[in-house]
Design a protein around this ligand. Structure first.
Ligand code: RP5
Length: 162
């Protein structure tokens, strides 16, 4: 977005993941967080993954949101190659409804953490909110915008169901 250097990277294993991952991008845009979006596959483009992860810290990324489905190795492999915090979003797969994605992402061995979110849209939105919260620790303006976003969400909850 804009000319600002991205501070959050959103990567996904396939263009087919965009329908889920666009919710992360939209949430970051709403909060005014400079970000980039890339297709990076652990299996189909391993060299692209290597380059992305190895350059992440040096390029100033503060968090990486990685979404993938099925045998979802993208978040874990990214985390293996960078100290930048990685937030994993399990994309809902056709065959197993995202349970395969979830278990592939969440069951990391001790020593290489991936912060794993919910399957699908909720995970993508929450990954963006967590990434924003991480950045907000060092960015008072973003902290204020995030507080405002949360307050607006609270205000929008109806008292009565209809
Ligand atoms: C994974 O395989 C991707 O993250 C995607 O969720 C899944 C299917 O990819 P496509 O066959 O639709 O490209 O690597």
């Amino acid at each position: 977005m804009g000319e600002a250097s991205p501070i959050v990277g959103i990567i996904m294993g396939s263009r087919s993941d965009w329908e889920t991952m666009r919710h992360a991008a939209e949430t970051l845009a709403t909060l005014g967080v400079a970000h980039e979006t890339r297709v990076v596959s652990a299996h189909r483009t391993p060299d692209r993954l290597y380059d992305y992860a190895k350059s992440a810290a040096g390029r100033g990324l503060k968090a990486i949101i990685a979404g993938a489905g099925g045998a979802a190795h993208l978040p874990g492999m990214t985390a293996a190659m960078t100290r930048v915090p990685v937030l994993g979003v399990p994309v809902e797969s056709k065959a197993l409804s995202g349970m395969d994605s979830l278990l592939s992402i969440v069951q990391m061995p001790a020593g290489i953490p991936v912060g794993t979110l919910a399957i699908g849209r909720a995970g993508a939105v929450n990954a963006a909110l967590l990434a924003a919260a991480i950045v907000a620790n060092e960015d008072a303006g973003l902290a204020a915008r995030l507080d405002d976003w949360r307050a607006a969400q609270t205000d929008a909850v109806a008292v009565e169901p209809e």
